[in-house]
Design a protein around this ligand. Structure first.
Ligand code: FEO
Ligand code: CA
Ligand code: CA
Ligand code: CA
Length: 551
């Protein structure tokens, strides 16, 4: 394809400075409200009280879970979508500090009740939110849409691997990031393939994309096995004029591949129910990035691309200059391919990447961005993963042939390499112009085409040599934060800095872009309620002059 015209949407906020303060810092003229904290009520019950700890899952089952991550905003018919709607929010992990008196959890020694309490704090919540007369969004208590789905809930299983799994699976967990379908369902992603909170649960049951209808009209929550089992990060879709769709997905593993799933059928926007099992029939592909800037999608179909009995999994070819010994693996059925998708992807020729986190598709369909958050263990580089000991990560951009979701080929480029230009090591400086960062994770292009990036660096982790001395991530980058990046100039501007200890994740917004919902995950200081236990929370950021964010 010809080079895509790169849109450039200005922003008029003044960059926030790097800091390690225990508060959410936003530009002048912006304001922050907390919408939903871990332990707040989603369903009727008794909310968390600071200084006390739950003794029964009957208490915590009604609460918002912990480690808020991916999130989507859904419109409600009959409601002005800019003033109210539904938020579906992922809970990646429990906020252990509000569940257990010593703040820790050990699956090997936990009682049955403690396991259930921990499992109640993962999964998702759907909450109705509405703007009050003070202009602040708040959860609408008692809404019939407010509902928890947790690690204790039973899930339906759909797709080709259903026959090889229990007919009902207890629990979903590590609900990391998320996505949505064109027909208005929520896709929540399990970023683990085992139930480490309760290892007695059967293996193979986790690592799926789970489809949940926030309106509770379609099928019950269903694990969609056709989309493959791996450490799912998020899902982003692209449609075409014929209502065909592709779903793009990353496997946040060290290393992991990039996938897309193309349902066999077109979706139907006039009849939601017609889409109920659309995600059970289709083809999963893995991306191969060639050194010449081209790429191809390899079908992960049993009998094709080496996916047969007696296949050889090449393993993690990036972690040592001495290639690992290939592992024999049998792909006798499509279930084998989907349940063992990470191995199948490598056999099929997928490129092992530096931990693919979120993917986002531009509204004009001419570019797709993926964050490769970091991979300190990379020793063998390739064109798409060009740095050894990639502590700070990079962002890759690709374009489908014909800007079609059905394409089997694409072109790609490295959009930017993260880092700090003051670091001594050449492989750690990066090439960001403007406000630099490490470990891009959340990424989303809003409907006006503005590109937003959120970071998840390990605050105490090694960052490289700064001013002649070893530095950690907080010294080199401050607290985790959120950026606007101009797609044409690649100029980066820091929009928000989180409180102590947190990661910044989750991006959702009202249609007028005047209210941005953002998640503050695992704060460790004194936020959001002074003098109380820190709690992961959903916040809403808006401008005090009532104009769209970033505009
Ligand atoms: Fe849960 Fe890959 O972040
Ligand atoms: Ca993430
Ligand atoms: Ca991350
Ligand atoms: Ca996390």
């Amino acid at each position: 394809p010809t080079p895509a015209p790169t849109p450039s949407y200005g922003v008029n906020f003044a960059s926030v400075a790097i800091n390690s303060n225990d508060t959410v810092t936003v530009p002048a003229g912006y304001t922050v409200d907390v919408v939903l904290k871990a332990g707040d009520l989603v369903e009727p019950g008794t909310a968390f009280v600071n200084g006390t700890f739950p003794t029964s899952v009957s208490q915590t089952a009604a609460w918002a879970g912990g480690n808020h991550d991916g999130m989507e905003y859904f419109e409600l018919s009959g409601t002005d979508a800019n003033s109210g709607g539904l938020l579906a929010i992922n809970f990646e992990l429990p906020d252990y500090n509000i569940l257990f008196s010593n703040g820790t959890y050990n699956a090997a020694t936990a009682t049955a009740e403690q396991k259930q309490i921990a499992l109640s704090a993962v999964g998702i919540a759907v909450v109705e939110v509405a703007k009050g007369t003070d202009g602040k969004f708040a959860v609408k208590a008692g809404s019939r849409f407010n509902k928890r789905y947790s690690g204790n809930t039973n899930y339906r299983v759909g797709g080709p691997a259903a026959g090889a799994l229990p007919s009902t699976i207890r629990g979903m967990l590590n609900n990391c990031s998320s996505g949505r379908t064109p027909w208005g369902t929520y896709l929540t992603c399990e970023e683990t393939t085992n139930n480490y909170l309760d290892p007695t649960q059967p293996n193979n049951s986790y690592g799926w994309v789970v489809e949940i209808d926030p309106y509770q009209e379609l099928a019950p929550a269903t694990k969609r096995t056709a989309m493959g089992r791996f450490s799912h990060e998020n899902v982003a879709y692209m449609t075409d004029a014929n209502n065909r769709v592709a779903f793009y997905m990353g496997d946040d593993s060290t290393p992991g591949c990039i996938y897309k799933f193309i349902p066999d059928r077109a979706f139907n926007l006039n009849n939601r129910a017609a889409n109920t099992d659309l995600l059970d029939y289709g083809t999963l592909y893995v991306a191969r990035f060639n050194a010449d800037g081209t790429g191809e999608w390899r079908a992960m179909v049993q009998g094709q691309n080496g996916l047969v009995a007696g296949a050889a999994d090449p393993g993690n070819v990036s972690q040592s200059t001495t290639p690992p010994t290939p592992t024999p693996v049998n792909f006798n059925t499509q279930s084998d391919v989907l349940i063992n998708a990470q191995s199948a992807a490598r056999v099929a020729g997928g490129t092992v990447m530096d931990r693919p986190e979120w993917i986002t598709v531009a509204p004009n369909k001419q570019s797709i961005f993926v964050t490769l958050t970091n991979n300190g263990s990379r020793r063998v580089t390739d064109a798409a993963n060009p740095r050894v000991t990639n502590l700070h990560g990079h962002i890759l951009k690709f374009r489908e042939t014909g800007d079609s979701p059905l394409a089997t080929r694409f072109t790609w480029e490295i959009f930017l390499q993260a880092g700090n230009p003051s670091l001594t090591e050449a492989n750690l400086k990066g090439n960001i112009s403007g406000d630099y960062f490490s470990s891009p994770d959340g990424i989303r292009i809003d409907p006006q085409g503005r590109l937003w990036v959120q970071t998840d660096h390990n605050l105490t982790g090694n960052a490289g040599t700064l001013n002649g001395a070893a530095s950690n991530m907080t010294q080199a980058f401050g607290n985790n934060s959120m950026y606007y990046i101009d797609q044409a100039t690649k100029q980066s501007k820091r929009f928000l800095v989180g409180p102590a200890g947190c990661e910044i994740t989750g991006i959702a917004y009202t249609p007028d872009l005047k209210s941005f919902f953002i998640n503050i995950q695992h704060p460790t200081g004194n936020w959001p309620v002074s003098g109380q236990q820190p709690r992961s929370s959903t916040i809403v950021v808006r401008r005090t002059d009532g104009q769209p964010v970033g505009n």
